[in-house]
Structures are given as structure tokens and as C-alpha cells.
Design a protein around this ligand. Sequence first.
Ligand code: SF4
Ligand code: SF4
Length: 216
Amino acid sequence: MIDDELERELLNNGAAIVGFTEIKENASRDIAGLTRAVSIGVDRKLNENTVSLLVALQKKAAQLLKSKGYRYLCIPPDSDRIQGKFISKLYHVFDHKMAATSAGIGWVGKNGLLISPEYGPRLSLVTVLTNAPLSAGAPIEFSMCGECSLCMDFCPSNAITGREWSRYEPYVELVNRDNCALHKKKSIKMKGKPNCGLCINICPYGRKNAESAHVV
Ligand code: SF4
Ligand code: SF4
């Protein structure tokens, strides 16, 4: 089956986790007919190597789908957005976190990041849209952060609102991006580095950060 073959191909080439989801109603005519999404997660921080790996995995998926006669469209990693190009429009239609939550990989945590039970907020994601008849995973509908508020309590810029994500309210403001950006700007001046990342490091999910591959 194409599902198994695609999962195997991606896991064997460095993906940590792979999930499939159905896109019931295309919000954009640009992606008409592409009724499935492949969500691919890599267990690394989003640095240059991670981006290369994500792009390589998308190519693997695309090659396999093409060889079976299916159409596909690769949505690039977040850090690789090219404003003004056709593909940049699709981030607003179907983003990587939406694909991953729909595929059952995880939920969006109070820190605004995709949280997987196995890897916590330490997955970097890409998505491939296709018309291949992939079996969809069970979507995650609600946040599983529960009573935890560590990321909010320790965020140095009070950027985390403490609100909870749900599949039915996907665009609720979880993080005040301006506060976060301002804090990072200050840290460049003080430490020469733009990153904070405390809300990633403090999250109890995925601390063990299993190296083994996992399929949803
Ligand atoms: S990166 Fe730092 S400042 Fe930004 S939301 Fe996370 S903890 Fe807060
Ligand atoms: S630190 Fe706690 S509240 Fe924040 S994302 Fe992780 S589980 Fe959710």
C-alpha cells in the first residue's frame, strides 16, 4: 500500500514521525483535488541542517508519489518561506501545525508550538499535499497541556497568554508575538543571540526525546 511504502521511505531517511490527514474542503482553489496531507516531523531544532533534512524528506515523498502517478505539492518549512511566491499563500490556508494535529501527531501547546507526546515541542515540520488515497489518522481535537503552565509561568516576556488551543478554535491567540520578538531583540543586544527557547526547554513533554522512529 502507498501508505506503508511512504511511511517506510520517510522513516528510513530520517523522519521521526509521519502522519496522514484528509483535507475535506479545500479552502483554496489553488490546491483543488489534493485531498490528503502528509505531515512529516523531524526530531531536531529548526537549524540549517534540519531545514535541509525536511526539504530532502519532502523530495523523497514527492518522488515516490510521482512514481505512482499521484500529484503532490510541497509546502516548505516555516523558516524557508519565500514571500510573494505562490507557495507562501498556502501557509494561511493549511499550515504545518494544522496538518500535524489533523494527522494525530500532537496538539498546539500553550507555547504555540506543536506538542507531540513523544517529542514534545522538539519537532520541526513540513507538509506535502497529494491526491494519493492515504488513510487519515485520528485528529487530535483538544490541547493536552491540562493544568501545566510552566511555559507561561517562566516566559521572560509574559508572551504566553495561557489560553488553550482546540481544533475548533485553531487561531486563538496563544502567544503575543510582539512581546516574544521584543525579548529576543533584547537578547541579541545582551548575548549576541536572537533565541530564547525557554518555552521549548521547559516543556515536560518529550524530555527523553526518543531517538527511535515512530509512526502515528
Ligand atoms: S521564546 Fe521565550 S519569550 Fe518567546 S514565548 Fe517562548 S519563553 Fe516567551
Ligand atoms: S510547558 Fe506545559 S503548558 Fe507549556 S506547552 Fe508544555 S505542556 Fe503545555
